[in-house]
Design a protein around this ligand. Sequence first.
Ligand code: SF4
Ligand code: SF4
Length: 286
Amino acid sequence: MLEQGKKEIIISWVGWEPLRKKDEIIRFNNHIRSMTINKDAAFFSNVITNGCLLNEDAVRSLYESGVTYYELRLDKTAHDQQRILANDACVFQAAEKNIHNMLKSELNFTLTIQVSITAVDLEFSFYDTFFPYKEDRRLLFKIIELGKCGVNDFYLLLQNNGKCANNTLKQHKEYLKSLGFTLIEEMKKGILSNGCYAASQDMFVIRADGKIGKCTYALDDENNNIGYLDIENNRMVIDYNAEDLWAYNPLDTACYVCKNLATCCNRSCPLEKQKNLGSNRCCINL
Ligand code: SF4
Ligand code: SF4
């Protein structure tokens, strides 16, 4: 990629709990970073984690390998029921302790705490514990409704028999704002900030089995299988026609007069576009 003139390499570690392989992440990051030296290229890395393995040593060594962004995902009611450590330890408390230690450090990272809630999550004291860091620009919050993952019956139970969490979402956001925290949605929207990485030609999802795809959600979708790692020959094999299904997004007539043009550019969710076969556009959720 560097030979083809790419100037920025970003590696995101996501799926299950990536920090179980912390040492491999560090080794890989260091290797890629060493390849960018003298190539006029920048290297960045980020991790999406449940936070329970993010202790002080891990944060420091990951930072030294180039990890400067973390998205720490917590579920309120669901967290310790869905995310259980082998020794039954409380994941939520471990994550909370690690967040505090991170924020005490001088390292220049960005940390987004994403909290997934259900309609019944009306307890806000978790946020109070971070009050001393309300002016720390490294810290952002993102509040979303609990996604449909894990066992269906469990999900439905948490959804309080289908009761919508919209009102609860609003209360969480208002509480955070009243304490002086920054919500990620309040950050200035940049060019393509509503675009999905799957819509970019330079982005690939490399899975543990060596298959290469575009979308991190539709993992069982055959269209999301666009290549593989050819380990013996040290190369990536990509079917670029298959990739076009995700990354070829010419503007539709409606896009030219759309208020979201700069942030979306017909790139919001290529998966939605494929499912919505009657439309050339992917703005269904915007
Ligand atoms: S895809 Fe939809 S939201 Fe995006 S620019 Fe086009 S019309 Fe606007
Ligand atoms: S579901 Fe849509 S927005 Fe999410 S990663 Fe896949 S293509 Fe992108």
